[in-house]
Design a protein around this ligand. Structure first.
Ligand code: GCU
Length: 311
């Protein structure tokens, strides 16, 4: 396998060939508190729900956020993460108690409130609110992570200089693209992000460009599909995406039974990117089991992040 070399910044090349450019120019407008509850174990965290309005060039985007904030006066680092099934579902799927114990706030929103995950969406998401941009849904979700950081920056008890951007699977692809573009992100973490995430295109196995662009054409710029079956001709590969985040921190998680996300291609990508990073600034784990964001993944990501943030 011969990979394109690490070297000059190839962010523009990733924007042109795969994700599209994530535009600037949206401002957080209203952030309206909907409710405040005692979250997790009583007394250890506040649970706050907000309705956010972001002014975009062609109109407003509105979405709901859920924030878990450890009790106390000390500013805490924050994990920003889009979720798959709505904010309330995270109350059972995210290990909030352990996350709070580890000293992190978590700010989340439902990814489809940012951009529908549909090649022919019934209603447009944020991509319909910017004129004349060509960007795929992955780039739109990356935009959503950046708006969560804007929101985190308004909360006194959050240390918004210490931000972990995390995503699972398709949202891991989005977390990586956000990590490349938004320098406020201290640690970028992708969980089983696979094809167009952490996995090398040029290492065979798992999902390939033909499969991903056939099922999910809306995730990328339309011209990306021309590389179907022509992985070797792509001007970039994903170790360069990881390297574009350096010298900031990156953590990549794989699962042994998740062949579709190609754990070996994710690992090789991390190793190929490693020379771009300061020592210990890129981390990786491979755990047993299948495709899911488990408590074990969270805890390993947070342990890596705590070490990174203390440097
Ligand atoms: C599909 C898709 C993957 C994606 C995954 C997910 O399996 O092919 O690219 O990562 O969905 O988001 O769960």
């Amino acid at each position: 396998m011969s990979l394109p070399p690490l070297g000059p910044d190839v962010t523009q090349e990733f924007a042109r060939t795969i994700y599209g450019r994530t535009p600037d120019g949206a401002k957080l407008g209203d952030l309206v508190l909907q409710s405040r509850e005692d979250g997790v174990l009583a007394g250890t965290a506040d649970r706050l729900r907000h309705r956010a309005t972001v002014a975009c060039p062609l109109g407003n985007l509105e979405f709901d956020t859920l924030l878990h904030l450890p009790s106390g006066n000390d500013p805490t680092p924050v994990v920003v993460i889009l979720n798959f099934d709505g904010n309330d579902e995270t109350l059972t799927s995210f290990p909030y108690e352990k996350i709070i114990q580890a000293g992190y706030a978590v700010l989340t929103a439902h990814y489809q409130q940012i951009e529908p995950d549909d090649p022919n969406p019934p209603a447009p998401g944020v991509r319909g609110l910017f004129p004349a941009e060509t960007w795929g849904a992955v780039a739109a979700w990356a935009w959503g992570l950046s708006r969560l950081i804007d929101i985190a920056a308004t909360v006194d008890r959050i240390d918004s200089t210490n931000v972990v951007a995390l995503g699972h699977s398709r949202l891991g692809k989005a977390a990586l693209w956000a990590g490349v573009q938004d320098e406020r992100i201290t640690v970028t973490a992708s969980n089983e992000s696979g094809c167009c995430g952490a996995a090398l295109f040029r290492h065979p196995g798992g999902e390939d460009i033909e499969a991903i662009t056939r099922r999910f054409p809306h995730w990328f710029v339309p011209s990306f599909a021309q590389y179907s079956g022509r992985e070797d001709e792509l001007p970039v590969d994903q170790h360069q995406l990881l390297a574009s985040i350096a010298p900031r921190h990156v953590y990549v998680c794989s699962a042994e039974d998740d062949a579709w996300a190609n754990p070996e291609a994710e690992h090789l990508s991390v190793e190929a990117a490693r020379p771009a990073f300061p020592p210990n600034a890129i981390g990786y784990h491979l755990r047993p089991g299948g495709h899911a964001l488990l408590e074990e993944d969270w805890l390993k990501i947070l342990a890596f992040s705590s070490q990174a943030l203390s440097q």
